[in-house]
Design a protein around this ligand. Structure first.
Ligand SMILES: Nc1ncnc2c1ncn2[C@@H]1O[C@H](COP(=O)(O)OP(=O)(O)O)[C@@H](O)[C@H]1O
Ligand SMILES: [Mg+2]
Length: 160
């Protein structure tokens, strides 16, 4: 599955993220190897990765404010919307791996355990840096900065 959408402004972008977040529910029905749902976010500085993560988290019912986690690599938050937390995801992980030098730094943070729990939803900014340790069936999200606040959003889900 591959979809490419152009959003004209921040408001449209956020609406699209809300739809993508709600659709991630359907991941439960896929054979994803019993692991976490992982969204790999690609895009240059300012493309909208953190904005995507924030809107996504809000849609799922994360109450904490999602900030750029660049200086701490990742943040774990509880999903407080019962509609989600009881049926699907319990924990929201937001990684920003821009500053790491190799994948081992992420493995040392308990990565394997995080991605093996089906109750986890994991978003990774600068996913290109940890490509080799992403689970096979991750969802790829490519963000591109276009003119005047426009963004191109490409979502690719592996066939399983
Ligand atoms: N879809 C969008 N449309 C318009 N402005 C956006 C959009 N996404 C992000 N921005 C703005 O661009 C700036 C950087 O966005 P951010 O999400 O931090 O990018 P990244 O995490 O990719 O570096 C922010 O000021 C944000 O308000
Ligand atoms: Mg960011």
């Amino acid at each position: 599955m591959k979809k490419r959408i152009i959003t004209k402004n921040l408001e449209e972008f956020i609406s699209l993220v809300q739809i993508i977040a709600k659709n991630s529910l359907s991941r439960l029905n896929l054979d994803n190897g019993g692991g976490a749902t992982v969204l790999a976010l690609y895009g240059e500085l300012g493309a909208g990765k953190t904005t995507f993560a924030r809107a996504f988290a809000e849609t799922l019912g994360v109450k904490e404010k999602i900030k750029s986690p660049t200086f701490i690599i990742f943040r774990k938050s509880k999903i407080e919307n019962k509609e989600w937390s009881e049926k699907v995801f319990e924990n929201f992980y937001h990684f920003d791996v821009y500053r790491i030098h190799n994948e081992k730094e992420i493995l040392n943070l308990g990565w394997e355990e995080i991605i093996s729990n089906p109750r986890n939803i994991v978003l990774v900014e600068w996913a290109d840096k940890i490509e080799s340790i992403l689970p096979k069936n991750h969802i790829e999200v490519v963000l591109k900065h276009k003119e005047e606040g426009k963004r191109e959003v490409e979502v690719m889900m592996a066939k399983v």
